[in-house]
Design a protein around this ligand. Structure first.
Ligand SMILES: *Cc1c(COP(=O)(O)O)cnc(C)c1O
Length: 402
């Protein structure tokens, strides 16, 4: 058997770029020169079509159509239309996804809806390592309905599921380490005790195939400004499995979720389908940016995205293993199948490592107390960039370890 070269070099990384099925997608983003951007898991890069699309909507639609834009320019349908564009990326069907609110608000709405639909159960189950905002929002929604948030260690799942649980509410990808929850297994376990399964997909959507429908997930939320590149503060999406939509009530009803908003009916009558979960007037300018941003995913298979994401992460880990000092250790699962699209490294001076790398043009981020976090957005990153980033991060950590 010929010896396989396992050491990384810029040439080997470039060879992967040459055969990269997503290499042709990079030009769909405005990539600043000299920057290796490994923070797309916090704020995605700017897709090229966004500036022109927002200019056009501001000048031509808002500027000229004015109030008639609501009917003539498709503004009213934008939350469902964009939901339908996101649906295939997360394995949902048409009419199951709505773009509205922000993740924390959408999460509180769906937790509230789940509790109201399961009146005999007063527990919302979550794990202690969940994103803090999710913990606050779920606890707040539970309190409003006389229910409690039960917070358990990740290792206690799924054993902590019992018949008091109305909904099990987890974030699929751990924001600190990138570790993946077993979404199919936990969904099945929740169903076994009669609970609903709710997943936050903030670090999943656009990075890995979620398979909401395939795995029978009941409810989901996620943001659109991370791997979906919708721009700073772009709205969240929410998903309600089709079969549940008639059973669940929006706990924060508002006129836009009414069956006939412009009848100004005093009585709340929910619209059919996913639209009943809408509360307020859609933010058209933000939705315009998101709409144009989603063009970057046109013709792209999420399985191809995942395959590249796994390889980018593996490359990064192997170069860090090779070149980094002993004080720089991998805090993410080493097995790609157990990891989202990020690699976190531990270092006693993690904040300084991230700052030193940023000085050299490699943007990652720092999470207290000792994590350097690097996200890999397969649509706009090359293998060569990730190789160079790993070299620079290793060098930065080495100089701080002396
Ligand atoms: C980024 C992120 C959020 C963001 O919440 P907003 O309310 O949209 O600001 C929520 N949950 C998780 C897990 C996140 O990663």
């Amino acid at each position: 058997m010929p010896a396989v070269d396992t050491t990384w070099s810029i040439e080997r990384a470039r060879a992967l770029d040459d055969e990269d099925a997503l290499g042709g997608i990079r030009h769909r983003f405005l990539r600043p020169d000299g920057l290796v951007y490994l923070d797309g898991n916090s704020l995605g890069m700017l897709p090229t079509g966004v500036p022109e699309a927002t200019r056009r909507v501001v000048e031509e639609e808002w500027g000229r159509a004015l109030i008639s834009g609501w009917t003539e320019c498709g503004w009213m349908e934008a939350p469902e239309r964009l939901g339908d564009r996101i649906a295939p990326i997360i394995g949902a069907g048409p009419g199951e996804v709505l773009v509205a609110d922000t993740t924390s608000v959408a999460l509180a709405k769906l937790v509230g809806a789940a509790l109201a639909a399961r009146r005999d159960r007063r527990v919302v189950l979550t794990s202690a390592d969940n994103f803090p905002s999710d913990l606050y929002a779920a606890a707040g929604a539970a309190r409003l309905q006389g229910a409690e948030l039960r917070v358990v260690d990740r290792s206690e799942l799924p054993a902590a599921l019992d018949e008091d649980v109305a909904v099990c509410c987890l974030t699929q990808v751990d924001f600190r380490t990138g570790e993946l929850h077993d979404l199919p297994g936990l969904t099945a376990a929740a169903h076994e005790v009669g609970a609903l399964a709710l997943f936050d997909l903030c670090h999943s959507a656009g990075a890995l195939p979620v398979g909401l429908g395939e795995h029978g997930v009941d409810l989901a939320v996620g943001c659109t400004y991370k791997y979906l590149n919708g721009g700073p503060g772009s709205p969240s999406f929410l998903y309600v499995r089709e079969g549940l939509q008639g059973e669940l009530e929006n706990p924060l009803p508002g006129w836009l979720g009414h069956e006939t908003p412009f009848d100004f009916d005093r009585r709340w009558r929910p619209a059919e389908g996913i639209r009943r979960f809408l509360t307020s007037t859609p933010p058209i300018l933000a939705l315009t940016a998101l709409d144009a941003a989603l063009d970057a995913f046109e013709g792209v298979s999420i399985d191809t995205v995942r395959a590249k994401s796994e390889r980018l992460g593996q490359l990064f880990i192997e170069v860090i293993d090779d070149l980094g000092p002993a004080s720089l250790t991998v805090a993410s699962p080493r097995e790609a199948a157990r990891r989202g699209s990020q690699v976190s490294l531990e270092h006693p001076r993690a904040g300084e490592v991230v700052a030193a790398a940023a000085d050299k043009g490699v943007v990652g981020d720092f999470r207290s107390p000792g994590l350097c976090r690097f996200g890999f957005a397969p649509l706009y990153l090359s293998y060569a960039e990730v190789f160079q980033a790993a070299e620079l991060v290793s060098a930065a950590a080495t100089s701080l370890s002396d």
